[in-house]
Every structure is written in structure tokens, then in C-alpha cells.
Write a protein that binds this ligand. Structure first.
Ligand code: GRF
Length: 201
């Protein structure tokens, strides 16, 4: 029995691609049962379609236009996922903070990827902020982390995997971004291996 993954994205989908490739190479004994995006133009949706994976588009705007709460959007998202019976929900560049209306439907079954070390630079533009802190002499390295999402905390929760990414004087933001994303692809697969083996344990 392979582990069922639902992957939530908002953009390019290079981390989704890393999961697709790891499954294809039989590194991960898993199946991506659905890919959801809150943005129609997310390139990750094309990556999923190319891999023959069902996709869903779940925009926030219609909920806002109807005067509905964030919790309504999140509860509807959970309703969309339920028929796919995911064992794990993987936030791979999903740019919305999920509320308990979603998290309580998948307790301790939601995993998030963040391009910074635990406790450092929570929220958006974490790589840019790390680069600025390096230029200000405040830090020498940054990193990436994969963690469980038990509650509404931002980029916080029990750590599944983490790795340092050194920053060099010769770095431009683009070279650092490239190195951080390459590291993310590896650490995400490492973390998924851990939870899948844990499930099988
Ligand atoms: C990743 O850096 C992830 O950590 C962050 O958004 C980015 C998504 O990249 N939350 P991609 O869409 O997987 O290429």
C-alpha cells in the first residue's frame, strides 16, 4: 500500500516536481492523489497534469466576494480533499496560513516546507530577509525546514527535517535562492521518507 499524498501549491511547483520525480524513481513509496492550487496560473498545475495527477483550483476570491470567513474557505478546502483520502497533506509553496477549520480535519497530518531555519524569518520573503540579514552581518547562514503543522502558528511546529545553507560573500540573491531551493528539494524528500516509514513502522 503506498502512502496517499495531497499536495497544495501556489506557484512554480519545483518542490511538487521533486516529489513526482522521487515517486517515479521509487525513492518514495507514495502516490500523489491530488494537487490543489489557490492560483489558476500556478505552473505547478501543469507539472501535475503532465504527470497525470488530478488537480483542483480553489481560489479565495469567491469566498471573499460572498463575505465569507477564512474558516469557510479552509473548511471547503478540507471538503474537497476528503474524497481523496490523503494520509498526508503537503504544503509545498502553499501561500495561505491554514486555520483550525482545516487543520482539525487532518490532525498532525499536515506538513509544511519553509526556506529558513526553525524560528528564523517566519512568513513570506524568508530568503530575501536572510540575505539582507547576512549583508548586515547579523547571520552567516540560513537554511530550510520541514515541519508538522498542528496549529495556526506561522512556519512553526514539530520539526521533521532541517538543513543549513551557508551564505557566501560572493552570493547574489539569485545564487542564494537557487541553492536554497535545491536544498529544499532534498530535505522535503528526506522528511517525507521519514513520515512514510513512520507510518509503515
Ligand atoms: C518554496 O521556497 C517554499 O519553501 C516556499 O515557497 C517556495 C515554493 O517553491 N513556501 P516551488 O513553487 O515549489 O518552486
Amino acid at each position: 500500500m503506498s502512502t496517499r499524498l495531497a499536495v497544495l501549491i501556489s506557484g512554480n511547483g519545483s518542490n511538487l516536481q521533486a516529489i513526482i520525480d522521487a515517486i517515479r524513481q521509487r525513492i518514495l513509496a507514495a502516490e500523489i492523489v491530488v494537487v490543489v492550487s489557490n492560483r489558476k496560473e500556478a505552473y505547478g498545475l501543469q507539472r501535475a497534469a503532465k504527470a497525470g495527477i488530478p488537480t483542483l483550483y480553489h481560489p479565495l476570491q469567491p469566498f471573499r466576494a460572498a463575505g465569507k470567513e477564512r474558516a469557510d474557505y479552509d473548511a471547503a478546502l478540507a471538503d474537497h480533499l476528503a474524497p481523496y483520502k490523503p494520509d498526508w497533506v503537503v504544503l509545498a509553496g502553499w501561500m495561505h496560513i491554514l486555520s483550525d477549520a482545516f487543520l482539525q480535519r487532518f490532525p498532525y497530518r499536515v506538513i509544511n516546507l519553509h526556506p529558513a531555519l526553525p524560528g528564523q524569518f517566519p512568513g513570506t520573503q524568508a530568503i530575501e530577509r536572510a540575505f539582507e540579514a547576512f549583508q548586515a552581518g547579523a547571520i552567516k547562514k540560513t537554511g530550510v525546514m520541514v515541519h508538522l503543522v498542528p496549529d495556526e502558528g506561522v512556519d512553526s511546529g514539530p520539526i521533521l527535517a532541517t538543513r543549513d545553507v551557508l551564505i557566501y560573500r560572493t552570493d547574489a540573491l539569485e545564487t542564494l535562492e537557487k541553492r536554497v531551493h535545491q536544498t529544499e528539494h532534498q530535505v522535503l524528500i528526506e522528511a517525507l521518507l521519514r513520515v512514510i516509514e513512520g507510518d509503515e513502522g
